[in-house]
Design a protein around this ligand. Structure first.
Ligand code: MD3
Ligand code: FE
Length: 221
């Protein structure tokens, strides 16, 4: 990796910011970064899910996803028998997705800035809900119109073992535990790396209960 980047956030003592852990050339893990905002984030998430409930989408191959999904923002990621794409309309309601709450936009922007990606302005937030046993197989995120912007993710609730792979499906993956409040940012040369999530283990999170919810903030359009 790049030892020259090691001191990028050496000023954290004066800024009182959490540690940034470099996991790839242009990928960063910010442990607990969202915790100061958590009591604003959770009610915003709850009202989004009232308007656009989680649902198990069908893959083009005809399998129902083990993860429940929804979205907010101008564009939402969907899948059905015809393929994967972004849509401005929630197919369940026929209406636009709920707006991206300002607290979501601010969190994603500040996490991206912290990872060296200035000016991040998400137009899409994909919400993935995992119950114990749910997983996400290795894949690349390629449905966005351009790959110049990073993707920013927030983990909530039960822990997950995240797989951070290479540029070929068969490349060896590193395993990273993602905990409540952690954020991951990856872009640039790492944007098209394969990644996935191992089946979530049984458990009960004090705030979220028996589930993990992951938000990914994207520039999709
Ligand atoms: C690294 N979600 O929604 S987030 C997805 O935890 C997705 O729900 C996972 O993969 C989840 O597409 C992982 C972290 C993540 C997302 C996309 C990446 C890491 C990534 C794309 C490239 C490299
Ligand atoms: Fe992904």
């Amino acid at each position: 990796m790049h030892p020259s980047n090691f001191d990028l956030f050496a000023d954290r003592e004066t800024e009182q910011q959490p540690r940034a852990e470099q996991i790839g050339e242009q990928s960063w893990l910010l442990r607990g970064f969202a915790l100061p905002l958590i009591e604003q984030l959770l009610p915003a998430l709850e009202s989004i899910l009232l308007a656009a409930p989680l649902r198990h989408m069908m893959t083009p191959g005809g399998f129902s996803m083990s993860v429940g999904t929804s979205s907010c923002g101008a564009l939402g990621w969907i899948t059905d028998r015809t393929g994967y794409r972004y849509s401005s309309v929630d197919p369940l309601s026929g209406s636009p997705w709920p707006a991206l709450p300002p607290v979501f936009a601010e969190l994603a922007h500040s996490a991206a800035t912290r990872a060296g990606f200035a000016g991040f302005d998400a137009d899409s937030c994909l919400i993935n809900r995992y119950v114990p046993g749910a997983k996400m197989s290795l894949h690349q995120d390629k449905d966005e119109k351009a790959y110049a912007a990073p993707i920013v993710s927030l983990s909530l609730g039960l822990p997950a073992m995240f797989l951070f792979g290479g540029f070929n499906r068969s490349d060896k993956s590193q395993r990273i535990a993602l905990l409540h409040g952690d954020m991951l940012i990856w872009g640039g040369v790492d944007r098209l790396r394969f990644h996935g999530v191992l089946p979530i283990k049984q458990g009960r999170h004090p705030r979220l209960g028996e589930q993990r919810i992951n938000l990914t903030f994207r520039v999709a359009g």
